[in-house]
Ligand binder design. Sequence first.
Ligand code: PGA
Length: 250
Amino acid sequence: MTTRRPLVAANWKMNGRLASLRPLVAEIRAGVEGCRAEVALCVPFPYLGEVGSKLAGSAIELGAQNVSEHESGAFTGEVSAAMLRDYNCRFAVVGHSERRTLYGESDALVAAKFVHAIRSGLTAILCVGESLAERESGQTEEVVARQLDTVIKTAGVEQFSQAVVAYEPVWAIGTGRTATAEQAQEVHAFIRLRIARHDDDVADGLRIIYGGSVKGGNAKEIFAMADVDGGLIGGASLNGAEFVQICRAA
Ligand code: PGA
């Protein structure tokens, strides 16, 4: 079995201003020095340049929270993967549940973004996860399978060697209600199996990270599970000390 290096990625969402983010980056940079986990900051588009320059010479990677499915052209307001590469972005989040629910992104659109990100040399962080109603009606695996299968079918399973999957139960995002370590492990193992149906090696090497109310206090227990390879951190990534604690727990 492969040893997978854990990844802890911050998802700042549409929070902060330059004045507050500068000291946050400095605090995170100093705090995660020598960390075993790979650390990434997924920041709002306009701050990529500034945060990127503050990360120069550190091992922390830069990421974006979204990317267009198109290469270039008349797509007002969109940002291409090549543009993100110009800013030395390594990661792009695709299919976050906020994009799916608030901006109507379909499985097909998410798959197209995934393909485009990877083709341009980015590592896609593909988010999947069920809503509370779906979990309560026993549809968790069905929903996650549908979200994954569309991407596997569109992109081909080999592309997952340049991707990370983030399992983010929608009911746990920003709610303070995290999945238990066992609930996370169960779905992570399901995701790995689903990929293994197509390719064992890709499944074995794939990092599957958990997101949804991860905090300094619960990270260790969740990250200790066999198929949990780190986390995608929203709210807690806006607090330097707490985010560092989470990185150190991985
Ligand atoms: P949260 O968000 O950590 O604030 O729950 C996670 C995410 O949406 O990626």
